[in-house]
Design a protein around this ligand. Structure first.
Ligand code: SF4
Ligand code: SF4
Length: 372
């Protein structure tokens, strides 16, 4: 094992909230090439990935520090042959286990094995409602057909299923069909999430940016479906920031409810945090996870409200949205320490909205597909 051992009992660290959830990005490898992938533009190679033993220790340390949920993600977590073993470790450590997958790389036997080991929940991504559209968006022929099979295997095992639907200008006009597909697949929940413009999505902004009319129509469809499908399907709706008045509480607040461990062991306050160039991220190979959460410089850079400039500092919403998204402030205002430009009080708000409207009105360029 090459990672740091837990903090010795009695070591003093600053008092911070206990994290509820850990995103374990097992690998950046993925057969799909989604143009909105939130993985960084420069990705860690297979040779840099943590070993099975290292991940097992990270999971045990997470459980010990109070984490309740682990989300196995990537890239495609099924690309790791030790996924099943890591699910067993997490279950034994008392963690609630969620697998976030494209479905590619899973077989019926693997789904049965994961179920037998106690996997609690699966989130299956769906790029479109028909093979031609879905496979074009995901950049992988045969992906849609595979997902339909995987959903059947999950249903047969009785594992609760959430469909993850990332929405953008090419699939937004099929929102109703996307919701219907989730019902057909036996999902209990669907996340209808407008694309977050980070990582590869920032590169593909103009190709992904929806029109205001598309967004408004989607909102109406979601509201109607929520009423109609009460007791059948829960619909979580993530509205787009570019047409908002106020930002979301990104990550539930920086360093407040969750942490993210990358394939090579870096610990991030959010999955896009590497887009903020001045932050330095600690690695589980060098420091215990609990120490990084409490004392790490990146976690303390924007934790709480003390770091806030005006207008956030004196705003009545500062404990509700924590100033919004740091990565969005970096991308659109050039400084992660500023108010999120999604907020109407930000001096960069009008420019961000104007850019979105201009891009949405243009003929969409071809996708720049995510590559390793
Ligand atoms: S968003 Fe697409 S490319 Fe990125 S990890 Fe998920 S399935 Fe793979
Ligand atoms: S000024 Fe800051 S705290 Fe107030 S709503 Fe805008 S982003 Fe949130």
């Amino acid at each position: 094992m090459t990672i740091a051992t837990p903090i010795p009992e009695g070591t003093r660290v600053r008092r911070v909230p206990v994290p509820m959830a850990m995103l374990a990005e097992l690998t950046y490898r993925c057969p799909l090439k989604c143009p909105y992938c939130s993985n960084p533009l420069e990705m860690a190679k297979r040779s840099e990935e943590l070993s099975t033993e290292d991940w097992a220790e990270v999971l045990r340390q997470a459980a010990k520090m109070g984490v309740l949920h682990v989300h196995f993600s990537g890239g495609e977590p099924a690309a790791r042959r030790d996924l099943e073993e890591l699910v067993s470790v997490a279950v034994e450590a008392g963690l609630y286990t969620n697998l976030i997958t494209s479905g590619v790389g899973l077989t019926e036997a693997r789904v049965k094995d994961l179920s037998a080991r106690g996997l609690d929940h699966v989130q299956l991504s769906v790029q479109g409602t028909d093979a031609a559209t879905a496979d074009l968006i995901g950049g992988y022929r045969g992906g849609f057909e595979q997902k339909m099979k995987v959903a059947g295997w999950i249903a047969a095992e009785g594992i609760p299923l959430t469909v993850n639907a990332v929405m953008h200008r090419r699939n937004l006009d099929r929102t109703a069909e996307t919701i219907d597909l989730a019902v057909k697949l036996g999902a209990r929940r669907i996340e209808v999430a407008h694309t977050q413009i980070h990582g590869w999505a920032y590169v593909n902004r103009a190709a992904l940016m929806p029109t205001r009319e598309q967004v408004d129509a989607c909102t109406v469809i979601v509201e109607e479906a929520r009423e109609r499908l009460k007791g059948i399907l829960v619909i979580d709706y993530v509205p787009p920031d570019h047409h908002a008045r106020y930002p979301k509480a990104c990550m539930g607040g920086w360093g407040r409810v969750g942490l993210n461990v990358t394939p090579s062991g870096k610990v991030l306050p959010c999955h896009a945090a590497e887009s903020i160039p001045h932050l330095v991220f600690d690695n589980v190979k060098d420091k215990p996870l609990a120490w990084i959460w409490a004392e790490g410089a990146a976690f303390n850079a924007y934790r709480g409200t003390d770091w806030m400039p005006e207008p956030c500092r004196s705003c009545e919403r500062k404990e509700a949205d924590f100033g919004g998204c740091r990565c969005q402030a970096m991308a659109y205002a050039g400084d992660a320490g500023l108010t999120d430009p999604a907020c109407i009080k930000s001096p960069h708000h009008a420019r961000m909205q104007e850019m979105a409207l201009t891009e949405a009105a243009d003929v969409p360029p071809d996708y720049v597909y995510r590559t390793m």
